[in-house]
Design a protein. Structure first.
Length: 387
């Protein structure tokens, strides 16, 4: 049992100062006063949150937990992520994903890594698939993966408008979206088809066709990397105006004039009156961040990090966005779209996933599933091959 005392609570909405009692992995009770006699309950750990913000744990819906990359050859395959690379950066829930490489990376290893991280202390899910089409799956079709495998919540990341994609046809995408939707209906999961967007000129056009010509629900489609160039971001704004969802990549930092900074992207969205519940933000952690010339040749390669999530949360607040709005794309919005029950908010009965942030929005303490993983800015729980 953990008693968090005198923290300023954002659930993400502002709730003022409250105490929170955690037990059996859940938030059991919230009140302005919770007093537990020490003699009768010696097992209760008291955390003094005076002067700290208590917010929901970050949900990072796009993480290459088994590594990614490889566009520059075998030596550019990025390594697996370790537990503390996530917890030290505020992530209590992540969704694992493959990417360009569906050959030397596999769905089997993705599931295994997700289960390992779950055992070590955070909540994990996965997308079934990779860039290519037909995509990588575990059973005989992606619908069955969603229905029969507990960790699988949807299909992704399917690459479109990218020279690294298999250039699926409109019919191919319609079939995948239908498989995702029906798989979600039959399993009670979100059934989302998650798109990787590249720099090709058609941009979001294939997604618009799915919605406008084939009447696929926007709730079953989530394009990511929408801020990788200005034209694509403008398309995403138009898509949001017809009810679409978008995922901003927090790891995209403008080089030159083309990319849109994540903070500026979100601020623009709010200024235009677009529903922030339709906007998520993810890190692309563990994935490669390649830069190509006009002929598709690799110029240089970076690696995504989970740290961009807290960095962009802080950047949003510093830009003038209220904390309760800044939290949405990292917490309640992904929880709602992905149908992650008990996640993304601080409420009684919800999972005990909490961050305690100082006044500079630095992570002081992280609690995942009711267990303290980071305390006083340092990890207290390490992964199997850490520490």
């Amino acid at each position: 049992m953990i008693l968090i005392k005198s923290g300023t609570i954002y659930e993400p909405s502002y709730l003022g100062k409250k105490n929170i009692l955690l037990a059996a992995d859940k938030i059991q009770y919230m009140s302005q006063e919770i007093n537990i006699p020490d003699k009768n309950f010696p097992e209760v750990e008291v955390v003094d949150a005076e002067g700290l913000f208590v917010v929901p744990g970050i949900i990072d819906l796009h993480v290459h937990i088994t590594g990614g990359g490889g566009e520059g050859g075998y030596t550019t395959r990025t390594p697996e992520l370790m537990l503390t690379s996530l917890t030290l950066n505020g992530v209590t829930t992540c969704v694992g994903i493959l990417g360009t490489d569906g050959t030397t990376r596999s769905m089997q290893s993705l599931i295994a890594k997700a289960r390992a991280l779950e055992i070590e202390g955070i909540t994990t899910y996965v997308w079934t698939g990779s860039y290519e089409f037909p995509t990588r799956i575990l059973t005989d079709n992606p619908r069955n993966d969603i229905i029969l495998i507990d960790k699988v919540i949807g299909i992704g990341e399917i690459a479109i408008s990218d020279h690294r994609s298999s250039h699926p046809s409109d019919y191919d995408l319609e079939r995948l979206a239908s498989e995702a939707r029906v798989g979600g209906m039959l399993s009670g999961k979100c059934g989302v088809l998650h798109f990787h967007l590249g720099d090709e000129k058609k941009g979001l056009d294939p997604v618009f066709k799915l919605v406008q010509k084939n009447e696929i629900s926007c709730e079953n489609l989530l394009p990511t990397h929408v801020n990788r160039n200005k034209r694509l971001f403008e398309q995403s704004i138009e898509y949001a105006k017809i009810g679409g969802y978008m995922d901003i990549t927090s790891g995209i930092k403008p080089e030159g004039d083309d990319a849109v900074h994540p903070v500026e992207a979100y601020k623009n969205i709010l200024q235009l009156g677009i529903d922030p519940d339709h906007v998520t933000m993810s890190s692309d952690a563990g994935g490669s961040l390649p830069y190509f010339d006009n002929n598709g040749r690799l110029i240089k390669l970076g690696v995504g990090t989970p740290g961009t999530q807290l960095e962009m949360l802080k950047g949003c607040v510093e830009s003038g966005i209220p904390l309760e709005l800044a939290l949405l794309p990292f917490t309640s919005s992904p929880a709602s779209l992905l149908k992650l029950k008990g996640k993304g908010s601080i409420q009684e009965g919800y999972d005990g996933d909490l961050l305690l942030l100082d006044k500079k929005l630095q992570l002081n303490t992280l609690i995942s599933k009711g267990r303290i993983m980071v305390k006083d800015y340092k990890p207290v729980v390490y992964g199997t091959f850490e520490g």
